[in-house]
Ligand binder design. Sequence first.
Ligand code: PBG
Length: 327
Amino acid sequence: MDITKRPRRLRVSAPVRELARETRVSEKSLIFPLFITEGSGVRREISSMPGQYHYSADTVGAAVADCVDAGVGKFLLFGLPERKDELGSGAWAEDGAVQLALRALRRDFPDALLISDVCLCEYTSHGHCGVVENGAVKNDKTLELLTKTAISHALAGADIVAPSDMMDFRVGAIRAGLDATGLTDTLILSYAVKYASGFYGPFREAAQSAPAFGDRRAYQMDYHNAREALREAALDEDEGADMLMVKPAMSYLDVIAAVRARTNLPLAAYSVSGEYAMIKSAAAAGLIDEYAVMCETAIGVYRAGADMLISYFAPEIARAIRKGDIG
Ligand code: PBG
């Protein structure tokens, strides 16, 4: 081989590496999850997710202001009610935690993008994502309650509602309900491809939403399947979803790439609580460098084809982008 004809590497210097980068990311594509609880004056660290907090509607503004400072202005809100019941009625309560927080943030941060998670599992006494009868989740009866919840979030100020329950036809039902209420500008970010995953463990502790019996495999997806993800994505697209999501992220990069290749809708990936907790705990044990692994895993998700990333590290990722370490 002629040594003068060897292929040149594109990594010889920092400016060349910057120039030749295939994956560009911006803090504008980051979404930060917030856990809202009832009551006032609450800012309580979540034991399963070090560095993440439960906030009440009157304290969440400070956390939002910090994020905005770091360059993150998009938020995904979860609610934690004081009392749970069989149907999950706290989900659509006028004075529910999420509704109060949405109103407060809408007032104080007019430029923030507010997304609300629409599901019943945080609100039901049995911890399932829908109406339970004879030990099974009833799909069609659940649709009505999800629709009520989505409408109540939109009326309280959500720009986007994000159904995460995985019932069949919930995007269609929610779209029809929003439109009938005149909420035609409210968008739907569908958790279209959501696997039954062990990575939700820390979240379920945070939301106290572990199912009291059984598991979620009857409605969340089987992680052996990737083609099924394409069917789920196509169905939600047909029903009127404006954006799609794949969740979790790290073990599903192939699925992100496959969905990206099939849809022209904006695609989000959710780097979930277990992904966060693993990095945090391995770093705390001195086994990995938290900052390095946070940067690498975030870029991996974008490289796979995601347009947006929902991450508990969102403000730190934004700072890494601003510093020029990634992006
Ligand atoms: C509600 C919901 C869950 C998550 C987001 N929405 C929990 C679940 O399905 O059990 C998980 C988020 C995370 O783990 O970070 N259905």
